[in-house]
Design a protein around this ligand. Sequence first.
Ligand code: SF4
Ligand code: FES
Length: 331
Amino acid sequence: MKTSLALAPMYAAMMGVPVLMVLYLLALLFVPAAAHYVFVPLIIIGLLAFGISGMVEVYVKGHAKSPALSMFNHPKKEKGMNISELPGNPAELIVTRLNAGAKEADRQIYALHISRFTSVLDMLCAVKEKGDQTLSFRYSCRMGICGSCAMVINGKPALACETNAMKNLRNGAINVQPMQAHPILKDLVCDLDEFFAKHLSVTPRLYRRDKKGQYEAQEEYPQKQSQIQEFLPYSYCIMCGLCMDACPVVNVNPDFIGPQPLSQAYRYYKDSRDQLNVKRLNEIDTLEGLWGCEYAGACSKVCPKGVDPASAIQLMKKDTMKSNITNEKKG
Ligand code: SF4
Ligand code: FES
């Protein structure tokens, strides 16, 4: 269905209903009994037409996600071909593709049609479903929860499912690359083993000194709202790895543990139920740990969940210095 056709009743109702209402008021003056029977049903029909055609318009636009697809290898654009005439605006998706071990990346351009609701992930899925099944990328939840669709979009680390395609067009195209700070397995899929190992190295869980308290706790550990607020903002991390990718230190020194594990060390360090306390700081009081951070702040800028690893690291540096001075470390 064409959008303009769906909207025809809406425009007719928009013009007709005010005219009917004026006529209704006039009729009320002269023939009040007839006015109710003639004009009220007409006005109701007009309003219904307005509402229904508006809903049809929203439905049509919502289903115009990347339906049309053609593809071609850069730079031979003339080999492209449109295979659908469904509605939407034309857009190009330029994907940097690389197989593990390959020396050179390949840039492939896919031509699609997008609506204002299309995400970059929708574009990738359309390519995979309707054109090029060899394209590899990860995703799961499609709603910024699982962290799987992390990639570099127009040069910035971002989640593909949370990035609106229309708003991010640059000269009619969107550039998509794999994250740079993790080894590439294929196309947009990175090997995150090392990243997860770094995350595990900071003991990312609550620790109780006695085994009973740790594994068979019979009592609750109540917390005040103020205590919860100390760590809550840092517990929103979805482990997407974008902050690691944005961090300039991680990119030049792979031994640096990085912003994500450090922000999680802080999350548990600040939790009043945790009993590792300052020992958590001791473990990361190294050049590859806390002191590797040069406070570029890029990690906090790209985090899709509003976690602020940069501030967590600086706060831990302060507490570490304090505990070193007071010798709390050994206590
Ligand atoms: S801190 Fe933010 S950017 Fe880093 S892994 Fe967690 S959610 Fe992703
Ligand atoms: S698909 Fe889950 S965060 Fe994007």
